[in-house]
Design a protein around this ligand. Structure first.
Ligand SMILES: Nc1nc2c(ncn2[C@@H]2O[C@H](COP(=O)(O)OP(=O)(O)OP(=O)(O)O)[C@@H](O)[C@H]2O)c(=O)[nH]1
Length: 526
């Protein structure tokens, strides 16, 4: 069946106003079946159009002839909700705690309407608020555009940040165990995954371990033929764990790369189902255990992923039927609620309709504002570049001062803890946690002294280098020793020298001799 179908309902304008029953029925369909587009007749007048469209929040509504086409777009509802938040910020010159309070309420409402759970929505709002107020104004960027960017970044984080790739076994066949409730699309996913893996050049085998529904084995066999992949089955009499084990043996003998095990679904989570899965898991030691969940079940899907993870320990989720989901609560909540990533999404009934889950692409789709995002990113880059150029000029003219020093250390702090940054630098992963803690302590230590310097002293460190009185005062105000202040001043000059040498080396210029100053401070102390 095509994923898009058109359902035509007739309703007179007057009738629609008196009783919204018909559209309500249609809206139920909209949630349950993968029907995306409705054609409602009888929406000639604006009032009738409004009455008919009211049960379809977030859906695109377009007049067509005497009727109206309602289209449930993926996350349409959330996109519409967020739009009202941006609109409320038009005309403000910067984001403040006060002026973002109402847009934040809109975002919270939009998330709850998208079926995101209350705690997830709450923590999302908290981090967006904190980041929105804390970010510097970027020249040329409107505050509402800046908020779009913050919301985008937080959405990406909420959905897991990075794409979570399938893991393959180092030796022998990779076993992927699929679990899930009845009707979520598990059997279809088996074929879709096999199709996807075949395209990657992997050989696959499907194992029919759903012994309760004979039709499931037939369905898998048909799908296997369709994608050109062998299906291992032992009928309905054998135990699922035995079938899986034998299937794996056969795959090994045929040197198959990936074995995908289809298991039985139940109407709800029960002990028998969990025990059976545990047995299969024990028998074949899967590389991946993926729970297939239906996107249209919203936050229930997220809770289910959490429950399965606690019970059997899963490696991720596959979210199906996203094509019929206009709300998006499941996609947004799964990672946050369960701690497990969404690895794939299903967006239709065809075998081609499976793709890896990219949090960043999904966030862009929700916001529908790709152009705004790239504009803000570019503006940020320009700012960073200008900052860098400014710094370069200062270093070359020997003006790198305590303000720059503080700015640099704060920028590092803003980017995350020292430990993360250090871990990201190639070749630096051998730094011990104790060394990292020491580095963090050092930054705080230096900051406490810089904070008590006068504006003049920060800008012209020479003042401190030349005056013992000043160094004594700073030491007293910061509760440190004179020697510690002197050390800091020397450090800044040494840093200047090193940086200048580095830059000059890059630009082929000579460096002014700055080490003398640092030496003279030392001499004065002795
Ligand atoms: N629109 C849409 N339909 C899907 C998607 N995935 C599966 N379906 C449909 O959902 C229905 C159920 O799919 P199955 O694969 O049989 O589900 P199952 O989880 O194996 O069901 P049981 O074997 O009963 O546990 C079928 O009609 C599929 O075509 C999807 O991503 N989008």
């Amino acid at each position: 069946m095509e994923a898009t179908a058109t359902l035509t309902l007739s309703s007179s304008p007057a009738g629609a106003r008196r009783s919204p029953a018909r559209p309500t029925v249609a809206s139920l369909h909209l949630r349950r079946v993968p029907t995306l587009s409705f054609h409602l007749r009888g929406a000639q007048s604006p009032a009738a159009f409004r009455a008919l469209s009211s049960p379809f929040p977030g859906c695109r509504r377009r007049r067509r002839g005497s009727g109206m086409v309602v289209r449930a777009e993926m996350f349409g509802q959330l996109t519409t909700g967020l739009e009202s938040a941006w609109n409320k910020l038009r005309g403000v010159d910067r984001l403040t705690k006060e002026n973002i309070a109402e847009p934040m309420r809109d975002i919270r409402r939009a998330l709850l309407e998208a079926d995101v759970s209350v705690p997830v929505a709450r923590s999302f709002i908290e981090s967006v608020t904190e980041k929105a107020i804390g970010t510097d104004v970027i020249r040329g960027v409107q505050p509402e555009q800046q908020l779009v960017k913050v919301v985008n970044d937080e959405l990406v984080q909420l959905m897991g940040g990075e794409v979570s790739d399938l893991v393959f076994a180092k030796t022998g066949p990779t076993v992927i165990l699929l679990a899930g409730l009845q009707g979520v699309g598990k059997t279809t996913v088996c074929a879709k995954l096999a199709f996807y893996l075949k395209k990657m050049g992997k050989s696959c085998m499907l194992v029919a371990a759903d012994v309760y529904r004979p039709a499931a084995i037939d369905q898998l066999t048909i799908l296997g033929k369709k994608v050109g992949v062998p299906v291992y089955s032992e009928g309905t009499e054998a135990k699922p764990s035995e079938i899986a084990k034998n299937g794996l043996k056969e795959a090994k003998s045929k040197k198959t790369d990936v074995v995908i095990v289809d298991t039985a679904g139940r109407l709800q989570v029960d002990k028998a189902m969990m025990n059976e899965l545990k047995e299969v898991k024990k028998a074949v030691k899967p590389t991946e255990i993926l729970l297939v969940v239906d996107a249209m079940t919203g936050q229930e899907a997220a809770a289910l992923v959490g429950a399965f993870n606690v019970e059997i320990g899963i490696t991720g989720a596959i979210l199906t039927k996203l094509d019929g989901d206009s709300r998006g609560g499941a996609a947004l909540s799964i990672k946050e609620v369960s701690g497990k990533p969404i690895k794939f999404i299903g967006r239709g009934e065809r075998v081609e309709d499976l793709e890896p889950f990219y949090p960043d692409r999904m966030a862009q789709r929700i916001l529908g504002m790709g152009d705004v995002l790239s504009f803000v990113e570019q503006a940020q880059q320009v700012m960073n570049q200008e900052d860098a150029e400014e710094l370069q000029k200062k270093i070359m003219s020997a003006k790198f001062n305590f303000n720059d020093f503080l700015k640099q250390t704060k920028a590092i702090a803003q980017m995350g803890s020292f430990s993360r940054i250090i871990g990201m630098i190639p070749g630096m992963n051998k730094v011990t946690p104790a060394q990292i803690r020491e580095a963090e302590k050092n930054v705080k230590f230096m900051e406490s002294m810089i904070n008590v310097m006068t504006a003049d002293e920060r800008e012209r460190p020479e003042l401190l280098a030349e005056s013992r009185e000043r160094r004594r005062r700073v030491a007293k105000d910061a509760g440190k020793t004179e020697q510690q202040v002197s050390q800091l001043v020397s450090q800044l000059f040494q840093m200047r020298t090193r940086m200048q040498k580095m830059m000059a080396g890059m630009q082929g210029k000579d460096t002014p001799d700055m080490e003398n100053l640092a030496e003279s401070i030392k001499a004065e102390e002795q």
